[in-house]
Design a protein around this ligand. Structure first.
Ligand code: APR
Length: 240
């Protein structure tokens, strides 16, 4: 295991353009549960389609509102951990050019990272489903959910059944195409189109690294896999 860390340290030092791709496993050490961890994942005993989908927003509105109000409360209760701070430090040192994240907790920006692509949106804002006007998430938490235009005000996250924001996709493609080193932190790589980016990086001859507690869908594609290690600890070792 030690030589894997040593190898990755060298790759990071030698890379002119490193991009990091994060999933929910990046925030579990802050206290936020992920989605598919065998024992604690949110989707272990809840159906995402009944809570985090356009159908849920239409046909299970109270369940939808309650689910996202709980998630906002959790995000506001916890904060970024040392690993988020390491990534922000690397960006300042020029060792990391961009973060592409599936996470909606805003922890990368809170830790100081600047160039962050939020593929699945953010829980820090809400917007009207009709006129798209955006508001601080407080309006959703206070349940002032009717927009002046008559639309429904919902969290600014990408729901199952929705397309990703064009501007985020374009930004993520641009960063991925430039990557010499593409490091996945804490994602099962189960969900498309987000899981297209590690493949795209590989197709652009980047070195692909996957650091994840459990096996992922793309381990056999990677140049280096560091399994069964906590991301916080690995980032600590890499930053020494
Ligand atoms: N260190 C290393 N790996 C970890 C840690 C940790 N501390 N904690 C969790 N993991 C790993 C788990 O083993 C799991 O494989 O992180 C992975 C998280 O995978 P998922 O729970 O599937 O989360 P993610 O890949 O981000 O899900 C993608 O699915 O529900 C949607 O929109 C939601 O953005 C989310 C998307």
């Amino acid at each position: 295991m030690e030589d894997q860390i040593h190898t990755l340290k060298q790759w990071i030092e030698n890379s002119k353009y490193t991009v990091i791709f994060t999933g929910a496993g990046m925030s579990t050490e802050s206290g936020l549960p992920d989605f598919r961890s065998a024992s604690t994942g949110i989707w272990k005993d809840q159906n995402p389609m009944k809570l985090a989908s356009t159908d849920a927003m239409k046909n299970n509105r109270y369940g939808f509102i309650e689910f996202y109000q709980n998630r906002v409360e959790e995000v506001e209760k916890y904060k970024p951990h040392f690993g988020h701070e390491v990534l922000a430090q690397w960006e300042q040192e020029g060792k990391l050019k961009a973060i592409i994240t599936q996470n909606i907790d805003g922890f990368h920006q809170e830790a100081g990272s600047k160039n962050v692509v939020e593929l699945h949106g953010t829980l820090r804002k809400c917007h009207c489903s009709e006129c798209k006007e955006t508001f601080p998430i407080l309006r959703f938490m206070e349940e002032k959910l009717s927009c002046e235009c008559g639309g429904f005000i919902r969290p600014s996250v990408v729901l199952f059944g929705e397309r990703l924001m064009e501007v985020s996709l374009i930004h993520a493609v641009r960063e991925t195409k430039q990557a010499e080193l593409f490091i996945v932190l804490g994602s099962s790589l189960n969900v498309s189109p987000a899981n297209f980016f590690p493949i795209e990086a590989k197709e652009n001859e980047a070195k692909l690294v996957i650091i994840n507690m459990e096996p992922t869908e793309m381990d056999d594609l990677a140049d280096l896999v560091i399994p069964q290690r906590k991301i916080g600890e690995v980032l600590q070792e890499l930053s020494q």
